[in-house]
Design a protein around this ligand. Structure first.
Ligand code: XMP
Ligand code: MG
Length: 176
């Protein structure tokens, strides 16, 4: 038996579906049929990434970037490292970084600086969840935000608690 209680539904599966479609519609409207390179930040963004992708109309090149900042803790360590690098050069590409959640924003800031060194034509950012109260990164711009949420630890829809609960179809809160 798991030692944690069943997470409470915080954002339901239908609400996620509607919002992901809205974000995709915005991206479709802004980019038209121009090719983009969508970068999935592993592992938490996998579900958001694949759901978003299926609603995009332009040609999409998929890339995966492994970042580690949390270990099994629930608070930011401020430590960020690349655990899996991109396959293709980004020079001249229109990049959209797909993140699950922006908490302190330190991870996304680091990612943007890292990707800028690869000389893409443009970089935009999408985050399914954003915790404005936790933000520490100065001047961080998130172009597409799914939901602003309070400073609670959330799980599901790709997000984990000690590598568990990523497969939940909704965003939940664990009662601790
Ligand atoms: P920062 O603080 O750098 O954190 O913006 C971003 C990364 O931290 C993880 N994170 C969470 N993971 N539930 C999770 O499962 C949360 O509530 C949460 N808050 C931050 C996540 O990996 C994100 O990419
Ligand atoms: Mg993540």
């Amino acid at each position: 038996m798991p030692s944690y209680s069943e997470p409470k539904v915080y954002i339901s599966e239908p609400d996620l579906k509607v919002r992901v479609r809205e974000l995709a519609a915005k991206i479709n409207a802004e980019y038209g049929m121009q090719e983009i390179t969508a970068i999935c930040i592993l592992k938490g963004s996998i579900v958001f990434f694949t759901d978003l992708l299926r609603n995009l109309k332009m040609p999409v090149v998929c890339e995966f970037l492994g970042m580690s900042s949390y270990g099994n803790h629930t608070t930011s360590t401020g430590e960020v490292k690349v655990t899996l690098d991109l396959n293709e050069p980004l020079i001249g590409k229109h990049v959209i970084v797909i993140e699950d959640i922006v908490d302190t924003g330190l991870t996304l800031s680091y990612i943007i600086d890292y990707l800028k060194m690869k000389k893409p034509s443009s970089i935009k950012t999408a985050a399914l969840l954003f915790k404005p109260e936790a933000l520490k990164a100065q001047g961080l711009k998130i172009d597409y935000i799914g939901f602003e949420i309070p400073n609670h630890f959330v799980v599901g829809y790709g997000l984990d608690y000690a590598e568990k609960m990523r497969a939940l179809p909704y965003i939940g809160i664990i009662e601790q």
